[in-house]
Ligand binder design. Structure first.
Ligand code: ZN
Length: 136
């Protein structure tokens, strides 16, 4: 009995020590959202400072650009919602701000399937923690 209990405790500790893939993805989503909102401070489309979110220019479905700090920019909730069915404004903002070469390169990265290993996700999370810490 004691052995079973010990094993269970060890399993619990291992789980705590090593976050699951799902947890890593969630942590990355959270920290990238914090970074872009701290960096941009307002909706890049309309300038609002209310209900700010991390707006993905190209869908967050693609892991290749889900945490790409060029693909992620601050949007208020309503501009983010609008982008779902009318991406024109955000696309135009991006091209006007960073140029069409950057836009096409970002799209190329988006369209390229990318599979992150758990180790790569962990490394990216550490990188994001440093970026967040260095933001004024
Ligand atoms: Zn807005």
């Amino acid at each position: 009995m004691a052995t079973t209990k010990q094993t269970k405790q060890q399993n619990k500790q291992n789980k705590r020590k090593k976050p699951t893939r799902k947890q890593l993805v969630k942590k990355l989503d959270t920290i990238v959202s914090l970074i872009v909102r701290k960096r941009d401070k307002k909706c890049v489309i309309c300038g609002s400072t209310e209900r700010l979110t991390n707006g993905h220019l190209f869908s967050r479905i693609a892991y290749s650009t889900r945490w790409d700090l060029q693909n992620c920019n601050t949007q208020c909730w309503s501009c983010n919602f609008r982008h779902e069915f009318d991406p024109y404004l955000y696309q135009e903002w991006y091209k006007n701000t960073f140029g069409s070469v950057s836009y096409h390169e970002l799209h190329r990265r988006f369209a390229q399937a990318r599979k992150f290993s758990d180790i790569e996700l962990g490394a990216l999370l550490l990188e994001m923690e440093i970026i967040l810490g260095n933001l004024p």
